[in-house]
Design a protein around this ligand. Sequence first.
Ligand SMILES: [Zn+2]
Length: 372
Amino acid sequence: MLSVFCSPTRYTQGKNATASLGGEMLGLGLRGPALVVAGRSASRLLSPTWQTTFGEAGVEHAVHPFGGECSLAEIERVKSAARQHQARVIVGAGGGKVLDTARAAAADLDLPVVNCPTVASSDAPCSALSVIYTEGGVFQEYRFYRKNPDLVLVDTQVIAQGPPRLLVAGMGDALATWFEARTCVAGHVRNMRGGASTRSALALAELCYRTLLGDGADALRAVRARVVTPALERLVEANTLLSGLGFESSGLAAAHAVHNGLTAAPATHAYFHGEKVAYGLLVQLVLEGQPRSVLEQVLHFAAEVGLPVTLAEIGLTDLPAELLQQVASRATAQGETIHNEPFEVRPDLVADAIRAADALGRAWKTREGLTA
Ligand SMILES: [Zn+2]
């Protein structure tokens, strides 16, 4: 098996980075017209800056307001808007689902894509894959593209104005990266791009975990105060770049498969990807029989920043046996990344681990004097 590492062509991050968007695109040879697929708050916050930066760079642009879900229907709507404006590049600006939709449309039309995440809520922006959901918000499929985004531009001033909970969700997604990566590497399985992992990808995944532990709590305080600090810059890089490169070039395992399973329970739809992934990570660690010291470090971090460690905290105050069975079956569906674990994973094992992780999280909260 060949080793494969992939990444966006260029990654730009910093306070008020949006002001440089037009210039950054020109530097890569990306000319207009540009179709900007924009979430509501991205439009509200960034429209004046787009006018200026695209104006200065001589890049024509039109804005397509995002419909709310990365579904096949929304991807088609973006494609027809791109055709109508004769777009030569697609720019996604907003949360994870906006960027996933922009990437999917650009891939179908064979156009370059620029991702401008306005929140650091997941590690999707740097990747060459999208997660497709049904219009009702149930996980449908992963879609893989030939190449990663041409440019990922992260404006930390915008992220500092966003909801703190989204930054925390991004930490949940990033928290799983190192654990899923090392499971994949130990098992010599293929990464998300079909190759073996590299020392580079694994090192980035580990740095991602260490950055979370070191900077997560301070970065959260910065966003609560709506300010940009060095800790926030490092944490945003961990959530977006380190986690993105780490997961894609090393691989996913149980944590993300359990996330996909959890989407079968409608009550979890009110919770973010990263929040469910954080719970999925606890399930993975239980399933793998990891030592108490590992579990405690993860629980401690989760509690420190407010990531869920119990089923109730992802909306499942009540999880009937039948629904648990559906979740476990979905998590162990054929082709799921849970089969990257180095042992046979059956639905009943996963169902038990889901309950065990909940018991563990509740016991931890009681011990720490937190409300269980
Ligand atoms: Zn993820």
